[in-house]
Ligand binder design. Structure first.
Ligand code: ADP
Ligand code: MG
Length: 162
């Protein structure tokens, strides 16, 4: 019972421009270790990719490398302090795609998985993860809502939000 309650803690941050959203991503990246899973949810233009850019920066991905939404490829891999597997599942449709594409190899692998449109995954998400929902509030303002799962991410979210 207590555990279920812990898993339902959410923390909300409002950002007022895209670089603030990137900065939260960079702050989160400092705590990441191989096998971590970050689910990014929210409508098109909500700020998921901006956040992923910040994570890349925080993972020491070469700043000259452009981080873009991998909409047409499903996955972009960036080499940083640890590898960053950046998925965009917007185009994913059927139930079987996920299993067939073998995403779990990445999710439990040697890098960090950052997944835009994670709602499209019908597979069970890794237990240690953070789900981050982006809500458009105004032209330059977004609500960023963190829902951590597992004690480690609960601790991480409390650190980056204080
Ligand atoms: P998504 O990946 O969710 O579809 P993107 O991150 O690609 O969205 O795009 C978000 C757009 O909104 C960018 O053009 C960005 O410059 C703009 N923007 C304005 N304010 C913010 C903010 N506070 N946080 C994130 N992006 C913002
Ligand atoms: Mg995107």
């Amino acid at each position: 019972m207590a555990k279920i309650m812990l898993d339902q803690i959410t923390t909300t941050i409002t950002t007022n421009n895209s670089s603030e959203t990137q900065s939260i991503g960079a702050a989160l990246a400092a705590f990441l270790t191989p096998g971590d899973f970050i689910a990014l949810k929210g409508d098109l233009g909500a700020g998921k990719t901006e956040f992923a850019k910040g994570v890349a920066r925080g993972l020491d991905v070469d700043p000259s490398i452009l981080v873009t939404s991998p909409t047409y490829t499903l996955l972009n891999i960036y080499k940083g302090r640890i590898p960053m597997y950046h998925f965009d599942l917007y185009r994913l449709a059927g139930d079987n795609d996920v299993v067939d594409l073998g995403f779990n190899e990445y999710f439990s692998g040697d890098g960090v998985s950052i997944v835009e449109w994670s709602e499209r995954l019908n597979a069970e998400l890794p237990q240690n993860r953070v789900e981050i929902t982006f809500l458009w509030q105004a032209e330059n303002s977004r609500i960023v809502e963190f829902q951590p799962f597992g004690e480690r991410f609960i601790e991480i979210v409390s650190r980056i939000s204080s």
